[in-house]
Write a protein that binds this ligand. Sequence first.
Ligand code: GUN
Ligand code: ZN
Length: 446
Amino acid sequence: MTVADSTNPTPTRLALRADLLDFVAEPEWGAVESPALRWRPDHWLLLEGGRIVGAQPASLPAPEGYQTEDHRGRLILPGFIDTHVHSPQLDVIGSYGSELLDWLNTYTFPAEMRYADDEVAEQGAQRFLDALLARGTTSAVVFPTVHRISADRLFAAARQRGMRLIAGKVLMDRHAPEALCDDVAGAERDCLDLIERWHGLDRLAYAVTVRFAPTSSEAQLAMAGALCRADPTLYMQTHVAENRDEVRWVQQLFPQARSYLDVYERAGLLHGRSVLAHGIWLDGDDRALLRERGAQISHSPSSNLFLGSGLFDWPAARQAGAAVSLSSDVGGGTDLCLLASLREAYKVQALAGQRLTAWSALHAATAGAAAALGLGHEIGSLEAGATADLCIWDWSTEPLAAHRLGLARSLHEKMFAWMTLADRSHLVQSRVAGVTRYRRPGSTAH
Ligand code: GUN
Ligand code: ZN
């Protein structure tokens, strides 16, 4: 099931029974026991009018006036927030054998051309958002394509589903096929139109979306920076320092810039609402600049491994005080379910001799991302007052995994094993503002 069930409307007051896990602060790096974690086993989570209003132990009866749904023995997490993903790239996920620049030219650009068509854009947006919801992601920061219609259709589809979504028409006016290039004046008009239509409407926000430095002229970067300056409530999203050939190309194209990141700094694109994907090949000055501007790195481990881009230095970003969130980066990434990104992030750190705890990983995919986006009051937690964007997960779906989890000696061991073994088949329900937007076929409450 992918849309709200009209035969079974959401009750105004609803109590969900399950194990509740969320975060009240950022967990310390490497700490398997953390006061930042809020673990409330077998509780009622209380929802009213699409918001979370509280929680209480399930040993007490659910409060008067609440309808109940009993998911005891299951886990409720805040809905995942994917801070970097490309909606049209479901069409090229799992493409064989190339690094970033070749992958863009061979697979991605040809696929994105189809999104000039209204019907392709419309169906693509619906398919993409339903796929996110069926994998535990309730909010995302999304690249559609250069075509205005692709952004229009994505926003409209997110609005239908009540989702908190950040997106914008992709800006690219050079170094790409003609059919994917805009021009500065036309792109500015499209952005202004889209901002007027969608920015701040319900739970939607606009992101000035520079594909990456090589596909925008200096004039286009300046226009994008001017849009950000004119309205500080806008987000900005782009890619930075992902691949070594890409970094060399940017050096050639922008010889006056100190670094790849400095190209964006010079254009006025770095601020507290900037989301920069990858950031593998940054130096210390870059990281200090990210912190100064309040910009975040969206770490995409699945993509970084699949495209052979490199190993992101998460501890260095952290030590510099730069915010880090997590993302699937489909179609460079190979799984839209953020659980896959959590375990790939662990492996990337393991290759660098580091350990990523389940707490740091889960925090980055929920409350950490929300805080970095300035949305900590609304998404990423099960705190009273937050919007009820949440997912109900099975701890296990088959006896071997249940056996393994049963042997865990601590909560961290159990959570880490779950994060490593679970996938989208474990998802029972996704709720957006309290409304069920995905229900696993055949699943029932107790
Ligand atoms: N850099 C510029 N465009 C893209 C894209 O679509 N995916 C990834 N991973 N990197 C990019
Ligand atoms: Zn990307």
